[in-house]
Design a protein around this ligand. Structure first.
Ligand SMILES: [Fe+2]
Length: 226
């Protein structure tokens, strides 16, 4: 990008530059990832209507708005407009976080999920929380306790070499906000459960444990320890 900007300032090939920037922009556009299962696959724990709206409307909106914000940011960078760059930060955080969080969330769930993790993830959970039951209790309490909209997370601290449970508000992404590497995220925005569980978030939390994809969570743990 820096090279392209230098070329532009020399005014040698403005047309080619615009084409190149257009190419760069289209190449870097974010897209809505496909779900690795059907919308109805997680029933009866999360119904098809919720999954369809959540994925095809809510997540899709974060992706679209992230692309719009990035386009505006590129223009602001090209103009050297620092004020515009700063004013775009909340939109980048909200929509970028929404895209990151939901992309993780879909893979954290499975029709064949539930039960307990195995192997080194289970050992780490016992080491850092005492038992799987205590960990489950803690992540449930943190998720139920989010005031307004947000996420409950199991993350890994590379500095401390330990698992941690925490909550993030709105769409604040775990790693970008706390430095923890995300392993398991539980979406507690009302759009994730209201059509089925109404205002009873604890019932949704109780149900979601039946569809947690521990193979995916374990793979994330193994990858971040390397
Ligand atoms: Fe969501």
């Amino acid at each position: 990008m820096a090279l392209l900007c230098r070329l532009a300032s020399r005014g040698r090939s403005r047309t080619k530059l615009i084409a190149a920037l257009g190419c760069l922009a289209s190449r870097q556009k974010h897209t809505l990832p496909d779900l690795p299962y059907d919308y109805g696959a997680l029933e009866p724990h999360i119904n098809a209507e919720i999954m369809q709206l959540h994925h095809s409307k809510h997540h899709a909106t974060y992706v679209n708005n992230l692309n719009v914000a990035e386009e505006k940011y590129k223009e602001a960078l090209a103009k050297g407009d620092v004020t515009a760059q700063v004013s775009l930060q909340p939109a980048l955080k909200f929509n970028g976080g929404g895209h990151i969080n939901h992309t993780i969330f879909w893979t954290n769930l499975s029709a064949n999920g539930g039960g307990e993790p195995q192997g080194e993830l289970m050992e780490a959970i016992k080491r850092d929380f005492g038992s799987f039951g205590k960990f489950k209790e803690k992540l449930t309490a943190v998720s139920v306790g989010v005031q307004g909209s947000g996420w409950g997370w199991l993350g890994f601290s590379q500095d401390q070499g330990r698992l941690q449970v925490t909550a993030c508000y709105n769409q604040d992404p775990l790693q970008g906000t706390t430095g923890l590497i995300p392993l398991l995220g539980i979406d507690v925005w009302e759009h994730a459960y209201y059509l089925q569980y109404k205002n009873v978030r604890p019932d949704y939390l109780k149900a979601v444990w039946n569809v947690i994809n521990w193979e995916n969570v374990s793979a994330r743990y193994t990858a971040c320890k390397k």
